[in-house]
Design a protein around this ligand. Structure first.
Ligand code: AMP
Length: 126
């Protein structure tokens, strides 16, 4: 069920548990500010999640409360992973869901990186 992005951070969310080493994950990259790993249910040939190490519910929370160092470190990490995976020449997509209407399921900020095939229209409307 999608989360309410206005609610306080829940330290038991699955990505908090990954950061604490309590859950297995397939690591792509890690630095002081960010961790990147393969999505467990990939929606494209390349589907990577990048999360900040700090406790932020969503992009909204992060953009409001994170330090300049955290903001810069996270953005750099997303770029680094994308380049390192060789996604830039063919193109790729970066996406963050925030709250209910966007269908955010995990209440720890995560950016999706999609690539490896044509990604279709930006929004699939039903
Ligand atoms: P969102 O809907 O933007 O909150 O996306 C949550 C994403 O987290 C989904 O694409 C899930 O497949 C992914 N996910 C959930 N649990 C795990 C996990 N343990 N390891 C890797 N990815 C996960």
């Amino acid at each position: 069920m999608p989360i309410d992005a206005t609610k306080p951070y829940d330290p038991n969310n699955v990505f908090a548990r990954i950061l604490r080493g309590e859950m297995p994950f397939s690591k792509v990259y890690e630095d002081e500010h960010a961790l990147a790993f393969h999505d467990v249910n990939p929606q494209a040939p390349v589907h990577i999640l990048v999360i900040p190490k700090g406790a932020y519910v969503s992009w909204d929370d992060f953009s409001a409360r994170a330090s300049v160092e955290e903001l810069a470190g996270f953005v750099r990490a997303v770029g680094h992973v994308s380049r390192d995976m060789g996604l830039v020449p063919r193109g790729y997509r970066v996406l963050a869901n925030i709250g209910r209407l966007a269908g955010q399921e995990v209440g720890h900020l995560h950016v999706h990186i999609f690539g490896g095939e044509p990604l279709g229209p930006m929004l699939a409307r039903q």
